[in-house]
Ligand binder design. Structure first.
Ligand code: FNR
Length: 362
């Protein structure tokens, strides 16, 4: 169970830092290089102020949200995160179960530490659950990817989240300093049997790994291989957002991978505003989600005011998991949702449709 003095996501973070061993802590909490992007994500939400509004009718208010044609109780989803068994023995099973119980969405990482069928089974039977999505890293071996997609579809996942911002891993100084390596017994089990990508001939990235890096053409290939809607995760530039919309992406997730890939990338709150504006001006209506540094219900409301349809939460889920397994994850999601409702009430928003840019001091 969760200790009674833990009442915010920040409290979960401080406790998780004590509970997790130093290497796992470095892996989960770190960002790329000097962690400027990681810090900037937080600073950008902080820099936005919400204008209180008073005496507006709030009766029958709610946090209900539409996403890909379905209605959900609120706009929170769990972001895909690899190797969650590093945080707790129950790993992704516990996060998926807690998300479903709280009506939140859940996205399983390609690099999950449990077979993808297990969390799906935990989620699908739960009344009032949120969406169940699978995050895909396109593999150089197309036959393998096809088989993986078949498993994902039969397991009951409802959409694919194609992550496009990590053709290479970022420069992870904090992990290297801590000497982080995956312990025995924890691995990307859903990629078992995948031959490793051909090795670089001369040690240069462009000669090896990047020859197989996905391109816009691969999006069409993927859309042709699956009946599931495909969202793109890791879009930051408005021009990339427009291209994604033109190529019939089912949605985009404005994300800089939680500051773990390109250090010095702009914060997601800034990118979201520009992406939402560009899409609106061009007449596109696809859903735009955002993640990166969302730690308070007020951050969620700010994201909705900037044009997000829903938000994803990353690291706080792992902190909850480390602190109390499924109960910890449920607690994190409950806190965020409660805080969102308080923020809505104090800004005069009866529903999330009332969360417009007018709320913000930009
Ligand atoms: C991630 N993220 C990530 N994204 C993805 O598409 N596939 C993945 O396997 C992972 N793995 C992963 C592991 C860990 C430990 C972290 C912290 C993050 C990125 C993740 O989905 C999300 O974009 C960010 O975590 C959001 O930022 P916050 O909420 O952590 O600040």
């Amino acid at each position: 169970t969760v200790a009674p003095e833990i009442v915010s996501l920040g409290d979960h973070e401080r406790r998780a830092a004590e509970v997790l061993d130093a290497k796992a802590w470095a892996y989960f909490s770190g960002g790329a290089a000097d962690e400027r992007c990681l810090q900037a994500n937080h600073n950008a939400w902080d820099a936005l102020a919400l204008w209180p509004r008073v005496l507006r009718p709030l009766a029958e208010g709610h946090t209900r949200t539409q996403l890909l044609g379905q209605e959900y109780a609120h706009p929170l989803l769990v972001a895909p995160m690899a190797f969650q068994r590093l945080a707790h023995a129950d790993g992704e099973l516990a996060s998926a179960y807690a998300a479903a119980a709280l009506g939140a969405g859940f996205t399983l990482s390609t690099q999950a530490s449990l077979p993808l069928e297990l969390p799906a089974r935990a989620v699908l039977g739960t009344a009032g659950r949120g969406p169940l999505w699978f995050q895909l890293y396109l593999q150089h071996d197309r036959g393998f990817t096809r088989e993986l997609l078949q498993r994902v579809e039969s397991a009951g996942y409802e959409a694919l989240v194609l992550t496009v911002d990590a053709p290479v891993s970022g420069v992870r100084d904090r992990e290297r300093r801590a000497g982080f390596r995956l312990p025995a017994g924890i691995s990307a089990v859903n990629l078992q049997g995948l031959a490793s990508a051909p090795l670089p001939t001369d040690g240069a990235l462009c000669a090896g790994l990047l020859r197989h890096a996905p391109t816009w053409d691969d999006l069409a290939w993927l859309q042709g291989e699956t009946r599931l809607p495909v969202l793109l995760k890791g879009i930051m530039h408005p021009k990339d957002a427009l291209q994604a919309a033109c190529l019939q992406a089912a949605g985009i997730i404005v994300s800089n991978h939680g500051g773990r890939t390109l250090d010095s990338a702009p914060p997601t709150a800034v990118a979201l505003a520009r992406v939402a504006k560009a899409l609106r001006s061009a007449g596109h209506t696809l859903p735009v989600l955002v993640d990166g540094g969302i730690r308070r219900g007020t951050d969620v409301l700010k994201a909705m005011a900037l044009g997000a349809s829903a938000v994803m939460v990353g690291r706080p889920i792992v902190w909850g998991l480390a602190n109390a397994g499924a109960a910890g994850v449920a607690h994190v999601l409950r806190l965020l949702r409660d805080e969102l409702e308080v923020a809505m009430a104090l800004t005069g928003c009866a529903t999330l449709a009332d969360a417009t840019p007018e709320l913000l001091d930009t």
